[in-house]
Every structure is written in structure tokens, then in C-alpha cells.
Design a protein around this ligand. Structure first.
Ligand SMILES: Nc1ncnc2c1ncn2[C@@H]1O[C@H](COP(=O)(O)OP(=O)(O)O)[C@@H](O)[C@H]1O
Ligand SMILES: [Mg+2]
Length: 302
């Protein structure tokens, strides 16, 4: 079976994708697949037709032009099965505003506003939180402790992004829950609690070994565990996730607030999904194989 791993990409999460993609590629080779690594750079379209020669595509891309439905659209057009969510679902998960609009009313989410202009005013008091509408890996995300910080960070980030979410800052326990489709069965892996040594789970805390303590499984009493798992499954299903995904959230006062859904979770050596999988009894290689088996095309050919 010929498998192409798409990695790299052109987003600000390129480095993360290079790290994770290489690991997935190595696992596939170890498993005996005929694997090829393909860097999805700006020349990708010139060679995209060659993907027709593969049996399955494994996009290990994060961020814009990779996790947001664009590459998935090319794969649908080519007619090659791929792992992960479809075009529309990927686009929705990557867009935190659209995700919140779909999730509100079904699960708890933080209070938020969309801002297009720098501001020093927070309707949610201080500290508040800002993050780009479409980004990942905590890039462009900041805690703002006072009006000056909010003004400074909103000014800075609006140079790169046209829209930011200004949110209430939820101080609670940070949890992330990985979901994998194991041969048609949706499996929720052990809940991972993150205790970053930074003020929040920022880029450095995510990708520097030793900067975040993983508590796995998260110590939760049965009723809280049930709430977290049910919320995760509701979010996964409401957003239409397929194949695999990871839901990030904050547990505060007995309520699990969903922060976002990741349609292509990181697979680096410090990433959350491989850690949860290991705690759930799947080695990295087994995880890759399970994900591979979930590959499909999502747009029917008439
Ligand atoms: N409203 C919020 N309150 C407190 N912390 C937040 C809030 N939103 C995000 N965070 C922190 O920022 C991190 C990144 O936010 P998230 O929504 O998961 O976006 P992404 O991981 O795509 O950058 C979270 O893991 C969490 O530590
Ligand atoms: Mg996140």
C-alpha cells in the first residue's frame, strides 16, 4: 500500500508539521507501508496530480492551507482517500468563530467578541484573552492583564490577522481530549490534563520538552469525567469531525468549556494526541495505523 504523508505546508505552524509529519512517515515505514514524504510548499499544485498514484494520503499539516479544508479539497478532486475531516468540517474547525457559532447552545463555550480594530476595552474585565480567529499552536494568543496590554497585543496581532476573538479569561484546569475512529467505533482516549510552567499553554510550553507537565489520565471524579467525555463527543459530532480530532477546553466550577477542535492534532514528540494514545494502550505506530485505516473520501461522485 502506497501512502503519502503531506507535511510542512506554508502556514506559521510549518515547523510543527515538519516535526510531526516526519514521525508519522517513519512509523509508516516501520509498519511496512511504502511511504513517501511530500512537502506542501507553494509549488505543491505543480505536482499535486502525482498524488493519484497513492492509495491513501495522510495530511499532517497544521494551520492555513493544510488543516483548513483547502488541501482536503484538492484530495477530494483527485479522488484519493485521506485521513482526517472533510473539506467543510476542516474549514469549520479551523475557524474558531464558526466553531463557536455551531457549538453555542450545545456545549459551554467562553464568552467572546470579534474585534477588527485595536482596543483597550474588555467587556469581560481583566485579565481577558485574545487569539486569532483562524490560527493554531497558540500563535497570536495572549493573556491581557490590563487595558494597556490589550491595546498593545490587539494592535500587534491585527497587523497579521484581520479578526481576533476577545474573550473572557477562564482560569481553571486545562484539559485536552483526543478522539479516534477505530474501525468505525469512535473512541475517546484518556483525558489529558496540562499544567504548563508558563502562564498558559503557549507555543513554547507546547513544543519545548519539560515545559508542560502532563497528567494522564487527568484526576477527575466519575461525574466530572462523564461531563468532559459527553461534552467532547457532542463537540466532535456537532462540528462533523471525522477520522480523528482533539478537543481543547477548560474545566471550571464543574463546567467543561470548549476552546476549540483540532482537525489535525499535532504528532510531535511533545504533542497531546500521541501521549493520550499511549495511555489508552496504543503505541505511536499503532496510533498511526489506526488513523490510516480511517481514511476515506467524503464527497460522493455522482
Ligand atoms: N478564553 C480562554 N481563557 C483562558 N485560556 C485560554 C482561553 N482561550 C485560549 N486559552 C489558552 O490558549 C491556548 C490556545 O488556545 P486554543 O483556543 O486552544 O487555540 P490554538 O491551540 O488553536 O492556538 C489554550 O490551550 C489555553 O491555554
Ligand atoms: Mg488548542
Amino acid at each position: 500500500m502506497k501512502v503519502a504523508v503531506l507535511y510542512g505546508g506554508v502556514s506559521r505552524e510549518r515547523e510543527v508539521s515538519l516535526r510531526g509529519g516526519k514521525r508519522v512517515f517513519e512509523a509508516l515505514k516501520k509498519l511496512g507501508y511504502e511511504a513517501t514524504l511530500i512537502d506542501v510548499n507553494w509549488d505543491f499544485l505543480k505536482n499535486a496530480w502525482k498524488l493519484k498514484g497513492f492509495d491513501v494520503i495522510f495530511p499532517m499539516l497544521h494551520g492555513a492551507f493544510g488543516e483548513d479544508g483547502t488541501v482536503q479539497g484538492i484530495l477530494e478532486y483527485l479522488g484519493v482517500p485521506y485521513v482526517g475531516s472533510g473539506v467543510q468540517e476542516s474549514a469549520i474547525c479551523f475557524d474558531k468563530l464558526r466553531s463557536y457559532q455551531i457549538l453555542s447552545g450545545t456545549v459551554s463555550i467562553p464568552k467572546y467578541r470579534v474585534i477588527h480594530k485595536p482596543t483597550s476595552e474588555s467587556p469581560f474585565g481583566f485579565p481577558c484573552f485574545i487569539k486569532p480567529r483562524r490560527e493554531g499552536s497558540s500563535i497570536g494568543a495572549h493573556i491581557c492583564h490590563d487595558p494597556d496590554e490589550l491595546l498593545r497585543y490587539s494592535e500587534r496581532e491585527l497587523q497579521s490577522y484581520s479578526e481576533l476573538l476577545l474573550m473572557e479569561y477562564l482560569k481553571g484546569r486545562e484539559l485536552t481530549i483526543s478522539v479516534v475512529d477505530v474501525d468505525g467505533r469512535i473512541v475517546v482516549l484518556p483525558i489529558l490534563e496540562l499544567r504548563p510552567s508558563k502562564e498558559f499553554y503557549d507555543y513554547e510550553a507546547k513544543y519545548t520538552a519539560g515545559m508542560t507537565e502532563f497528567i494522564l489520565p487527568a484526576p477527575l471524579d466519575k461525574s466530572l469525567e462523564k461531563i468532559v467525555i459527553e461534552t467532547t463527543l457532542t463537540a466532535y459530532r456537532s462540528l462533523g469531525c471525522q477520522s480523528f480530532a482533539r478537543i481543547d477546553g477548560i474545566l471550571k466550577d464543574g463546567i467543561f468549556y470548549v476552546l476549540e477542535a483540532n482537525s489535525i492534532p499535532g504528532m510531535t514528540e511533545t504533542s497531546d494526541l500521541p501521549a493520550s494514545a499511549r495511555a489508552g494502550g496504543y503505541s505511536f505506530d499503532e496510533l498511526v495505523e489506526v488513523i490510516l485505516r480511517s481514511a476515506s473520501l467524503k464527497i460522493p461522485r455522482l
